[in-house]
Ligand binder design. Structure first.
Ligand SMILES: Cc1cc2nc3c(=O)[nH]c(=O)nc-3n(C[C@H](O)[C@H](O)[C@H](O)COP(=O)(O)OP(=O)(O)OC[C@H]3O[C@@H](n4cnc5c(N)ncnc54)[C@H](O)[C@@H]3O)c2cc1C
Length: 428
């Protein structure tokens, strides 16, 4: 075959659809039977053009649980400060809304789209080991659903295996971030108290001591609620995801209020050690896309945008190179490797700011002087690929500079804006 893709999540099914559409013989190896549960239900506006290009925008919009959102809401742990970043208030706003999706439905729709376009699906097959020919990756040892093993050969391999980061884990290229060790406990609820009016569909992020919560409402008013906390808390609590979540709610008045009449619908799940970087994301015969290429933190819902954007870029690289010389060299994946690195740098800097109490003080007291607030909205909407990105990011960098000034001013006893007392890095 021409291209073998490992993983049928958003990254794998994006590249699968685009390659199959271009007439390239493509197969997707996926271990889990779909639909399957997955975290990551909040999409960003600038994911939508790619859904349109894949031909699934209308399908995604019509899924039973899909809910439109016009912005992202942020609230402090006790509800005393509340700010909404509306997507139509970005710098030159282009896409004023996005969706929350249930990932079982969303991922299954994207995978069906890839199959519908001609990608072969090997569902229930598991990747076991890469096969190298010198420095070139040429094969993958797989186990089929009946337990038989065989080596599949290809011209190019796309590792879209998500957090398991198949190739990087086996090759020693995957490194955790020691300063950023988090755990998430998540479930779905009904009866959660949601804001009224236009804000009702928004994702809400609530600060907590040593972490934060997400509340992601779906179309039927069920809500995904997750707590993201320092891993030390998890280890200290020595309990289940349920006790970890319960203790975090107990310490967060805003969550107590939101969940006062809520009923849990599915068992809690815990996800740990999801922050890591990958040193090698492309080489002769292979490229890593989506979470397989690295992941820091879900705070700004950048995961599916990164997965689909890097996957679409890799599809473009493959279509170009196979037409030229019928194989994939490291340099052929150059555009995707540099795009992935630059998006990681940008989003990781945004994410790190969220864990900086000085930055958060401005984030919760937004001012649109010099379009600082609008530039923040642009990044929150993932408006980072179309031309003009430097103008938007330069303003955001200015905001990060203000956070450094706030730190100095606070030390002198005269903070520029009122400092926050409880936040993701504070310990109570
Ligand atoms: C706590 C948390 C909350 C998040 N919230 C959001 C959010 O709100 N919005 C957002 O955009 N992102 C969010 N994310 C990130 C998002 O979930 C991921 O970025 C996204 O799913 C990545 O897509 P992917 O296709 O790269 O990987 P995945 O969706 O994980 O797909 C990988 C697939 O590969 C398959 N696979 C792996 N190994 C093998 C193997 N050896 N053999 C066969 N199959 C294999 C798996 O079964 C899986 O189906 C969150 C992440 C975390 C940890």
């Amino acid at each position: 075959m021409d291209v073998l893709i490992l993983g049928g999540g958003p990254a794998g099914s994006t590249v699968g659809a685009l390659l199959a559409e271009a007439g390239i013989h493509t197969a997707i190896v996926e271990g889990e039977p779909f639909p399957r549960f997955h975290v990551g239900e909040s999409l960003l506006p600038h994911t939508l053009p790619l859904l349109e290009r894949l031909g699934v925008h209308e399908t995604v919009r019509s899924l039973p649980h899909t809910r439109q959102k016009d912005g992202a809401s942020f609230v402090t742990h006790d509800g005393s400060k509340h700010v909404v970043y509306w997507f139509d208030e970005a710098v030159q706003p282009a896409i004023p809304h996005a969706y929350q999706v249930r990932r079982d439905e969303f991922d299954a729709a994207l995978l069906a789209n890839a199959v519908g376009k001609g990608a072969e699906l090997l569902e229930g097959w598991h990747a076991i080991a890469p096969r190298w020919d010198s420095r070139r990756l040429t094969g993958l040892l797989v186990r089929d659903p009946a337990g038989g093993e065989q080596v599949l050969r290809f011209r190019a391999f796309l590792d879209a295996s998500g957090q398991s980061s198949f190739l990087a884990s086996r090759m020693g290229w995957r490194f955790p971030y020691p300063q950023h060790r988090k755990v998430a406990a998540v479930s779905h609820f009904k009866g959660v108290s949601l804001p009224a009016g236009r804000e009702a569909g928004n994702i809400t992020i609530a600060l907590a001591a040593g972490g934060w919560f997400w509340l992601i409402p779906f179309a039927d008013d069920t809500v995904s609620v997750g707590a993201v906390l320092d891993v030390e808390r998890w280890q200290a609590s020595a309990g289940t995801p349920e006790t970890l979540f319960g203790a975090a709610v107990e310490a967060t008045p805003e969550l107590q209020r939101r969940l006062a009449n809520a009923e849990r619908l599915i068992p809690f799940r815990a996800i740990q050690n999801f922050s890591y970087r990958v040193m090698q994301i492309g080489g002769d015969g292979y490229c890593l896309v989506g979470d397989a290429a690295g992941f820091l933190d879900p705070i700004f819902s950048t995961g599916v945008f990164l997965a689909t954007t890097t996957a679409a870029s890799a599809a473009g690289d493959i279509i170009d190179a196979l037409a030229r010389h019928a194989r994939m060299d490291t340099s052929d994946f150059g555009p995707t490797i540099s795009l992935t690195r630059s998006l990681h740098r940008l989003f990781f800097s945004l994410i790190r700011s969220y864990y900086d109490a000085n930055f958060l003080s401005f984030f919760f007291n937004p001012s649109n002087a010099f379009q600082l607030q609008a530039a923040t909205v642009s990044l929150l909407a993932a408006d980072v690929v179309r031309p003009g990105r430097w103008r938007r990011t330069a303003r955001f960098r200015a905001l990060q500079g203000l956070a450094r000034l706030q730190q100095m001013a606070a030390r002198l006893g005269h903070p520029i804006v009122e400092p926050l007392t409880v936040g993701p890095t504070s310990v109570t």
